[in-house]
Design a protein around this ligand. Structure first.
Ligand SMILES: [Zn+2]
Length: 298
């Protein structure tokens, strides 16, 4: 073996093996994260810039509009189909599909005008998450790929200053969002890694909250829960803590597919990228242990 061959072989083994502190493979998503030593260096936080509705909020208009016997919402000239109705949220079918008419796209809208998830009450959080989970289950038989998420902040595609989630689905592979499917084993491995590295913030019979050892974005927090109530409580606490420590940053909540309720909470510490880098690589600006320490000691 020449010196060059040896070098190539060594570097390949290192990436595949990736048990180093610098290069880590996420057991859940397969994303490789790179961890340059950023300790004690200043880092940017992307504050959420919300558009000004100018006294007219589209979603408040929908919430107040009359509903027909056939569950259609007549809002001026606009007709929307009411897919699901509950005390704290409502779901509009087939609106804003990124994949055109062939795709599925439901909007889950909080009834109350709030801009972010952490301002919702526990009951409201649970209701919004339940609507997202039910919507995802409704889409599954009809589509190959389904992704359910909430974006808070214009910087992460939250284009309305009124909290809402989306369930988007498509049968077209090439342009599909990658819905991550986890196994119980990959989930256990991820939690074990977090425990081993001291990144677990809460571990109870109802939910587990931890900073990801191999995050998809800097500061990613993961929440696993048994039921929607525990899911909502744990997510609500995690976001409130993040905002307390780092200020009102923009963030995404992405629901992962798998044997349990799992969410990625993706705070936005850098302006690089608009959506989570599901193309396979992430550069992590703040060590996960620093984020876990900051959240644990608030
Ligand atoms: Zn509103």
């Amino acid at each position: 073996m020449t010196r060059l061959q040896r070098r190539v072989a060594t570097s390949t083994v290192r990436v595949i093996d990736n048990n180093s502190e610098e290069i880590r493979r996420d057991p859940l998503t397969g994303v490789i994260s790179i961890h340059p030593d950023q300790r004690n260096k200043p880092f940017p936080v992307v504050r959420r810039t919300l558009p000004d509705p100018g006294g007219h909020c589209v979603f408040c208009g929908l919430a107040a509009a009359p509903v027909s016997d056939t569950n259609d919402i007549q809002n001026g000239d606009d007709v929307s189909h009411l897919q699901r109705d509950s005390p704290h949220s409502f779901v509009i079918a087939n609106r804003w599909s990124p994949f055109g008419p062939a795709g599925g796209a439901d909007l889950v809208i909080a009834r109350r005008h709030v801009t972010d998830f952490e301002t919702l009450s526990p009951d409201e959080s649970e209701d919004v998450l339940t609507a997202l989970l039910e919507g995802r289950a409704r889409h599954r038989p009809a589509f190959r790929r389904t992704l359910a998420f909430v974006n808070v902040g214009l910087e992460v595609n939250g284009t309305q200053p009124h909290l809402h989630g989306q369930i988007v689905s498509t049968n077209v592979d090439a342009t599909a969002p990658v819905a991550m499917t986890m196994t119980a084993n990959s989930l256990d491995e991820d939690v074990a890694l977090a425990h081993h590295h001291g990144l677990v913030l809460n571990d109870s019979s109802r939910s587990v909250t931890y900073v990801a050892w191999a995050p998809t974005t800097t500061g990613e927090v993961r929440v696993i829960a048994q039921d929607p109530k525990g899911f909502a409580e744990a997510l609500h606490t995690a976001i409130t803590d993040l905002v307390d420590v780092y200020g009102p940053l923009a963030y995404n909540i992405v629901l992962l597919d798998g044997p349990r309720l799992v969410a990625q909470l993706l705070p936005r510490f850098t302006a690089v990228g608009v959506l989570p880098p599901y193309f396979g690589m992430a550069v992590v600006m703040i060590p996960p242990s620093d984020v876990a320490d900051a959240l644990a000691h608030r």
